[in-house]
Design a protein around this ligand. Sequence first.
Ligand code: KG4
Ligand code: ZN
Length: 330
Amino acid sequence: MRNLVLGIESSCDDTAAALVDAAGAVVASVKVAQTEVHRPYGGVYPELASRAHVAEIVPALHQTLADAGVGVEQIRAIGVTRGPGLIGPLLVGLNTAAGLGLGWELPVIGINHLRGHLRSADLEEARVKYPATILLVSGGHTILAYMEDPASIRLLGTTRDDSVGEAYDKVGRMLGLGYPGGPAVDRLAKTGTPSIRFPRPMIQQGLDFSLSGLKSAVSRHLEQAPDPRHEDVAASFVEAILELLVTKCRRALAEQPSQSLVIVGGVAASPQLRAAAAELCAELDVELCLPPLRWATDNAAMIALATWDYIEQGQQPRPVPDVRLSIVDY
Ligand code: KG4
Ligand code: ZN
């Protein structure tokens, strides 16, 4: 019985594969992170990411099938991240999927990576109460979206420049905290006082974000203050970020009432953000949904779940052998 979708994700610095059923149950999920490859460079080095994907993708697929203990005859389709992402890493996943589709005579569906993130909170169990407002904050993305139901996604806002995770990482680097900076900035912030009033760009209106001005203000402060206290800089930066995120979420929830607020992406690991979101949701009587971090950060199971959405809408991807035509965008 063909009751599983094989998901493949390689858009940035994680090589991932997963097998997921139509209800979102994760039968197997493998993720090979490249953090140590990129750490010396203070950020993702695209060519090294591509090379690591080439080395890891086939072993990751073997491992996924072995963990699940299933054969190809149980796979209904292959869903692969089509973009956005780094072009070299994406090509590794796409070509692998196309090859498997041809060899196994399975349809291949190109999935928008953001669509995967926005569905990630429903992996393993249906956690999200719809309609929902979703904040995705990671190293690569910052978006606010509204979902009436799992299949209808409306983009409400996005960043005009840096992502939230990027801002954390850049400030972490300025403070000499290494890569990735997010967790270290959060930890340092807890020991300081938010005594510096950094700007909150675009806080007054709209649902878009802008973070490069805040990052530059931190950099200027570190250059100009006679003896900057790093813990106070971190605390003031985190305070500004939280105020920005909470204000935008509050505005989004006011504009389109939702039953739940969902936060996904690596920055959802921030204890300060989790606490601020809990406070907001308690005040507004909205359910807060924080899925396990293994699904909130990049993974292939979310790509497989989005593939099921596509299949269940009755879309019939073209069968191989013409692989070029069999890859459709969703
Ligand atoms: O989703 P993710 O693992 O990878 C992608 O970017 O796709 O997100 C990584 C980002 C990094 O920028 C990292 O600094 C940030 O998430 N991050 C945090 C925390 N843990 C990870 N940011 C703030 N506080 C944290 N505790
Ligand atoms: Zn991502």
